[in-house]
Design a protein around this ligand. Structure first.
Ligand SMILES: *Cc1c(COP(=O)(O)O)cnc(C)c1O
Length: 369
């Protein structure tokens, strides 16, 4: 038996004809960049995310970068970021010449701990970038309170959490301007790179539209030094076919998580995902923790079960951030998570038999530990 880390089949097989027809329509129309498909998807995604504006861009990292550029982050500024996140969140800050300042997570939810924010604020702090890690919404109420009190903006990294909620509000709708990714494996995935910025603010939406397209609203008239970071018509067409199914896929992910929770309860030192009161979890990833992580991963690999580690090295320990000279042990929670986390196979439509097979393999591992 082989169980991959991720399979697209239950999502993509039933939509094959619709997706290929959407691609063919773009092919035949012969308009490939910034056309009707991008506009239609932007409108549909803005509506889904309950914001006034969605701006399609080339990928999630660009979405983060353009969000910070629209807010005019600059050299010398400090931005509070999670100590445990995918490095993209940090890179966007660095692109602006600003400094990412790590804040440790809540050890149960792995999301930014709002009670630790104030200690990290200095006169240079400009904003906070919560990441709804693995698909669980951050505690946005307390985070927004701290931001408001100190006059900081908030930019959500919503790459892993499309459709998650904090107290009824959707992630990607709280910050001044927010970024998401449609990388293929994300909860809403394109067939290649794609991303978007979401915002309620018309001024920032206009600025980002300009920035993503060479700093231009009118062809060959350039107002600012912009980028080429546009969402392709082809990817927009594919995303428009997939978006109406996202809520169903989310429920399917939550069902997979429920079965894992049931079958993996009480095994050795295995820690299962915890959801904060007020938050929902859309299970982009189902991440467990154990001090026997490497041995467990090895055991599962030998049984043909795919797993991944999100993430093996926290950003402050990456070579790319050696210049910050942050010593090992400075962010012990992030380092502990990097050493103990393991992501199990998870995709919408994963069969109960496959879930049980993964659970049985983990049980057999802990029987010997
Ligand atoms: C995937 C991801 C990104 C970047 O998205 P890309 O489209 O791959 O550039 C940013 N932040 C987080 C938390 C992500 O998971």
């Amino acid at each position: 038996m082989r169980i991959p880390f991720l399979s697209f089949s239950p999502q993509h097989d039933p939509l094959r004809a619709d997706i290929l027809a959407a691609i063919a329509a773009v092919y035949d129309k012969q308009w490939y960049v910034l056309g009707d498909q991008v506009k239609a998807f932007e409108q549909a995604y803005a509506q889904f995310n309950e914001v006034q504006h969605c701006i399609g861009v080339a990928n999630g990292l660009d979405a983060l970068h353009l969000a910070l550029e629209a807010l005019q982050v600059g050299t010398g500024d400090e931005v509070l970021v999670p100590s445990n996140t995918y490095i993209a969140t940090w890179l966007a800050v660095s692109f602006m010449g600003a400094t990412p300042v790590p804040v440790e997570p809540n050890p149960d939810t792995y999301n930014l701990d709002p009670t630790r924010l104030e200690a990290a604020i200095t006169p240079r702090t400009k904003g906070i970038m919560p990441v709804h890690l693995y698909g669980q919404a951050c505690e946005m109420g307390p985070i927004l309170s701290v931001a408001q009190k100190h006059g900081l903006w908030v930019v959500e990294d919503n790459a892993q959490s499309q459709g998650a909620q904090w107290e009824g509000g959707l992630t990607g709708s709280f910050g001044a301007v927010n970024a998401t990714s449609f990388y293929p494996g994300k909860n809403l995935g394109a067939l290649g790179d794609a991303g978007a910025v979401t915002t309620k603010r018309t001024d920032l939406a206009t600025r980002i539209q300009t920035l993503r397209n060479y700093g231009s609203q009118r062809k060959y008239y350039n107002e600012v030094i912009g980028h080429n970071s546009r969402l392709d018509e082809l990817q927009a067409a594919v995303l428009s076919v997939k978006l109406p199914h996202l809520l169903t896929w989310t429920r399917q992910r939550q069902e997979v998580a429920r079965l894992y929770n049931e079958q993996l309860a009480g095994l050795g030192d295995l820690v299962l995902p915890a959801v904060a009161p007020g938050a929902t979890h859309v299970y982009h990833l189902y991440v467990v923790r154990t001090h026997h992580r490497d041995a467990l991963q090895q055991h599962l690999t030998e049984q043909g079960i795919g797993t991944l580690i999100h993430y093996p090295i926290p950003p402050h320990r990456q070579e790319a951030y050696a210049h910050l000279q942050i010593p090992a042990g400075a962010y012990p929670l992030a380092e502990e998570l990097a050493a103990t986390s393991l992501s199990l196979p998870m995709w919408p439509g994963m069969r109960p038999a496959d879930i049980s097979a993964v659970a049985d393999a983990i049980k057999s591992f802990f029987a010997g530990h």
